[in-house]
Write a protein that binds this ligand. Structure first.
Ligand code: S3P
Length: 430
């Protein structure tokens, strides 16, 4: 348990830990490549360590050099694991690794922690079966543990209705060893780190905007050439501090080396729409990703805003902290088309609504979102995180803004993506 009290303001400069999505992919693609890759500024957190442990169990060798990793890839010649592979709390690990394991003729079993074992997996199991892999598991293979025996895949054309980057990435990875072309279409472009990084590893991709959305396609049989990948700072981790700065009078913050890929920076764009002072400085490109130093200054009370379904993919992981910002803004805000929140590390619609209400905010819950009436000030409360790192961090920020004391029931869960979160918070609020 952690007790929090109101802070005066935030000031300073911060380089938050590296992006989680990119760090997972850097380990996975380096493992698939031929030769030695070098991953700079890799995020070490519970989720990404789960990915690293799994590739080590498949025969990959990795050496740590400070925050960097040297990885000897296997060019898809993995060895059969002798034990169950544990993705712990990480949906990205489970779903991307299923795509990799589907390319292998051997037997493997994937599991996860209590939360991950409740999350839906058919979204990847079904298309991987269509490609020719054998998968089975609990609840007709919708839930972990799931066993996989793959090999001899053929390319498919798949419509990714939920615009899930985990599903798209899983199929593209499997497609690298499939016969013919593998094609994924999505109504809205989901985070495209896999596509950008595959290009950095020398893979040829075809991408096209169509009337019905976005298409990506690759030819099977291509090899990945080892390379060097830089992991920029995580905009999802930075969003908590940016929220504190735009809500607390007298604040000013520089968030250094932040990845500002348009499929990920929806939260920062929303803040600007609400009237916040946010600017991107020193914009550059590193390992195929746009990176900037983001300057955030307090500029008065923010205005309510709506989030519509086509905007959801670019700020899906930031919706809990955006809900806190909405709760402290002038007017009524609404989020719709975000039913995916129900199957994240917790049911984030339920956990956001419950905790905001505990802090004295009027919230209406919908199946696919919520409506929030802004208040002048939040009331300190007992926060139930349900072991969800982003709920813990979002409501810690709320606690630092509230009147009275806030208690976080399980602050340790932040280690899933951001082990240094509370230390960094102390540094910028002292
Ligand atoms: C991720 C994709 C998103 C996101 C998750 C990370 C990724 O999930 O919410 O935190 O790294 O591909 P979905 O693919 O389920 O939308």
């Amino acid at each position: 348990m952690l007790k929090l009290k109101k802070v005066k303001r935030v000031k300073g400069e911060l380089r938050v830990p590296s992006d989680k999505s990119i760090s997972h992919r850097a380990v996975i693609l380096s493992s698939l490549a031929e030769g030695e890759s070098y991953v700079r500024e890799w995020l070490s957190s519970e989720d990404t360590e789960a990915t690293l442990q799994i590739v080590l169990s498949l025969g990959v060798e990795a050496k740590r050099e400070g925050r960097n990793l040297r990885i000897s890839g296997k060019d898809f010649l993995f060895r059969e694991p002798t034990h169950i592979l544990d993705a712990r709390n990480s949906g990205t690990t489970a779903r991307l690794m299923m795509g990799v394991l589907a390319t292998q003729g051997f037997f493997s079993v994937l599991t996860g922690d209590e939360s991950l074992r409740q999350r839906p997996m058919l979204r990847v199991v079904e298309p991987l079966r269509q490609m020719g892999a054998f998968l089975d598991g609990r609840e007709l293979a919708n839930k972990l543990p799931i066993c996989i025996r793959g090999g001899h895949l053929k390319g498919i054309s798949f419509l990714n209705k939920k615009a899930s980057a985990q599903v798209k990435s899983s199929l593209l990875l499997a497609g690298l060893r499939a016969e013919g072309f593998t094609e994924v279409m999505e109504p809205v472009l989901s985070r495209d780190h896999t596509e950008r990084m595959l290009k950095a590893f020398g893979v040829e991709l075809f991408q096209m905007e169509t009337e019905s959305g976005h298409m990506v396609k690759l030819r099977g049989g291509q090899r990945l050439e080892a390379t060097e990948i830089y992991c920029p700072a995580d905009p999802s981790s930075a969003s908590f501090f940016a929220a504190l700065a735009v809500l607390k009078e007298g604040s000013e913050l520089y968030l250094k080396d932040l990845m500002v890929n348009p499929t990920r920076d929806g939260f920062f764009r929303k803040l600007k729409e609400m009237g916040a002072k946010v600017s991107y400085e020193n914009l550059r490109e590193l390992s195929g990703e746009p990176v900037a130093d983001v300057h955030v200054v307090y500029g008065g009370r923010l205005r309510a805003v709506n989030v519509e379904s086509h905007e959801v993919p670019s700020l899906i992981d930031e919706l809990p902290i955006l809900a806190v910002v909405m709760a402290m803004s002038e007017g009524t805000s609404k989020v719709r088309g975000a039913q995916e929140l129900r199957v994240k590390e917790s049911d984030r619609i339920k956990t956001v609504v419950e905790n905001l209400r505990a802090m004295g905010v009027k919230v209406e819950e919908y199946e696919d979102g919520y409506q929030i009436e802004g208040v002048e000030s939040l009331k300190g409360a007992f926060i139930k995180t349900y072991g969800d790192h982003r709920i813990a961090m979002a409501f810690s920020i709320a606690g630092l803004l509230a009147e009275g004391e806030t208690v976080i029931d399980n602050p340790k869960c932040v280690a899933v993506s951001y082990p240094q979160f509370y230390r960094h918070l102390e540094e910028i609020t002292k």
